[in-house]
Write a protein that binds this ligand. Structure first.
Ligand code: TRP
Length: 443
């Protein structure tokens, strides 16, 4: 496997933004906002994105660009000792992420297919829509089948090598994606009750924010920016070793947070307008959006377009999750790209079996009150991503900081250094420890 490179800096920004903007922004963010009480959650989330998220994104890109290798190998090249374990933990984290990501990716395919073939299904009755979501997710055949379809498409793209395909795909899809979101928002805000929802989303009420809400906001900030498990180390390793990083990182952060803001402005007002329960959980987007489309002229086609875009957003992210796993199997065990994708993909699909059955036959199969799907999400969001973030923070803040500082000065961003160092070296690890302690000791 020869080490590929991005075609251009724009190509890298779009591929990294394509990785960041995905199901986190469109599917997970709105329901976490719903669950954790609206505006206050949004504020905390944005704070994490622009401070710790940005700093760690930059740190991961720096590690990858400097080592020209994926996480485990990069740590070994730059420092050795026990640092490669941070890389191995990241691979575990990536595998677990795809263990539920492929399931939701499968739902997007199902919704495109249903919208295409069943025009009669457009309705704004939320009970019917909820029932439809449950039917899709609870039947083992459709749950496993759609998950398999999404997993296979992801694998095909990874086998082909992501750079050529993804770079080109993102250039077309990202603008189209944002334009569609804007048009839908304008439409939804005119519906009765919608403005009230938008106000709830934008005005903070801190009394509704719990410590768990804050931890989940941190995990989601990492998840949305694709930091915390070494993926940006991989993508960073495909950039030229002299290329500047700060501007690229800023673009990725800006586009990812814009996507979250817009999807919140779309889904939450729709939830109010159609009286969908804010705690609808993972089904939220899949229940509220079809209700909206039912009200629009040509709604069936807009529904197809919307879920197709969500599918593509998910795909540009899922390939970015599988790619570092394949790269790991290559670096550590000498697997070819084909073999790595096959072995990694099959292993991940095995993990998808319990997660995809979590909404039906395995819904009572719980650990700590969580079925496998929720459990995987919890382990990733609340434990592994913050832990990986901590590893990267300690590494860049304490082990390779002089090199990072030199690189910042070289690209004319030296004034950021005195600000970034304390955030990366002290504040990020401290915050993560405090949040964990709180979670461990709160009843
Ligand atoms: N950021 C993506 C999303 O929001 C998910 C994702 C892609 C990811 N690559 C990642 C999350 C690496 C963590 C680590 O949908």
């Amino acid at each position: 496997m020869t080490r590929e490179n991005w075609g251009s800096q724009l190509g890298f920004i779009l591929a990294a933004a394509g990785s960041a903007v995905g199901l986190g922004a469109i599917w997970k963010f709105p329901y976490e906002v719903g669950k954790n009480g609206g505006g206050a959650y949004l504020l905390v989330f944005m704070f994490f994105v622009f401070t710790f998220g940005f700093a760690l994104l930059l740190a991961e890109m720096f590690i990858g660009r400097t080592a020209q290798a994926s996480a485990t190998m990069a740590f070994r090249k730059l420092a050795g000792a026990w640092w490669p374990w941070v890389g191995r933990m990241s691979v575990l984290c990536l595998v677990l992420i795809l263990g539920f990501y492929n399931v939701v990716g499968g739902w997007t395919i199902a919704y495109v297919a249903h919208a295409f073939f069943d025009s009669g299904l457009t309705t704004e009755n939320n009970l019917t829509l909820t029932a439809r979501f449950h039917a899709l997710t609870s039947q083992p055949a459709s749950a496993l089948g759609y998950t398999a379809a999404f997993s296979m498409i992801t694998a095909v793209v990874v086998v082909a090598g992501v750079q050529q395909g993804i770079e080109r795909l993102c250039k077309v899809l990202m603008p189209l994606f944002f334009i569609t979101l804007l048009v839908l928002i304008i439409w939804v805000l005119q519906l009765p009750g919608a403005l009230e929802g938008a106000r709830g989303f934008l005005s903070p009420d801190f009394s509704r924010l719990s410590a768990e809400g804050i931890i989940s906001a941190l995990g989601l900030a990492f998840f949305t920016l694709s930091v915390g498990c070494g993926m940006m180390i991989s993508y960073g390793s495909y950039i030229h070793s002299e290329a500047p990083l700060v501007r690229s990182a800023l673009w990725v952060v800006a586009l990812a947070s814009l996507a979250c803001l817009l999807s919140g402005l779309l889904v939450i007002p729709a939830m109010f307008a159609f009286q969908v329960d804010p705690s609808a959980g993972p089904g939220l987007v899949f229940i509220t959006m079809p209700a909206l489309f039912a009200q629009m002229p040509g709604g069936q086609w807009i529904e197809i377009l919307f879920f197709l875009l969500v599918f593509f957003a998910a795909l540009t992210s899922s390939v970015s999750i599988l790619e570092p796993v394949v790269s790991f199997l290559h670096d550590e065990f000498g697997f070819s790209r084909h073999r790595g994708t096959l072995v990694g993909g099959l292993f991940i699909y095995m993990l998808c079996i319990p997660t995809s059955l979590s909404f039906g036959v395995l819904s009572d199969w719980t650990v700590g009150g969580m079925a496998p799907f929720a459990l995987a999400g919890y382990i990733v969001n609340d434990i592994l991503l913050p832990a990986g973030g901590m590893g990267v923070a300690l590494f860049v803040g304490w082990v390779v900081w002089p090199a990072m500082q030199k690189s910042l000065i070289k690209e004319g961003a030296g004034r950021w250094a005195p600000l970034l160092r304390p955030v990366i070296a002290i504040a990020a690890p401290a915050l993560i420890v405090v949040l964990w302690l709180h979670a461990a000791f709160s009843p």
